[in-house]
Design a binder for this molecule. Sequence first.
Ligand code: BTN
Length: 268
Amino acid sequence: MTDALTAALEARGLRWPAPVEHLEVAASTNDRLKDKARAGAPEWSVVIADRQTDGRGRAGHPWISPAGNLFLSVLLRPVMPAAHVPVLPLAAGLATVEAVGESGVEARVKWPNDVVVDGRKLAGILVEGLSGAAGLQAAVVGIGLNVALQPASFPEDLRDRSTSLAAQTGRPCAVADAAAAVLARLRVWYDRLAREGPPCVLAAWRERSVAWWGRPVEARSGGSVLRGIVQGLDERGALLLDLEDGSRVAVVSGEVSELRLAETGSPR
Ligand code: BTN
């Protein structure tokens, strides 16, 4: 895989600036890369695995990780104002949407950073920070992208909610090519975030987002459930909701789903 990935990166004119470790099996590529980060691995170090035995998603959910899909973690050592760091996961979502666009798949980002096609999840992103006495030392960006698997082979509860590159395009896709595309786009958006700050990332993210601006949603965050109308993103990438009582809240983490008209009663 590293040879195929190196070749795919070189075909794009990219010489990867840090070590790429390929494992046939990892518990979690994020955990593996966090260990390497603590041991001093340089920025842009990559861990990629054919499958994971303990893949993790946001909010402690498992990430089903059979061979055929992409499991990729990238190490960043952000040198930017702390206020810009929360935008990093959105930059990773944007990069993934652009990467799959190269295969002709029109995906959208769904706040906070799912990548979906017609409401079905194509990729998920888990960004984990490592802090030391001096603050944030590193961020591990973990990306799980469904490449080869057909939804029929997913667990039953995920079948109607998941998709893959192969299912979308009707042709086989190479994991190494998908990885190279994600890495290349991540470099672009991370560099822009570091150089120009959040506005450029947030503007591009809005354009690539599911079109729920002005629509009612339900946000589950930290044990509370909020229903409101989506107004936009703030400068950190938090989701701004107008609640029925006229107040505006910024949701910084959680899961958000669109409400159909029949579901929009008074907020709970
Ligand atoms: C989510 O949508 O909940 C995020 C899923 C993130 C999965 C990826 S796969 C590579 C990396 N290693 C992990 O254990 N998780 C992330």
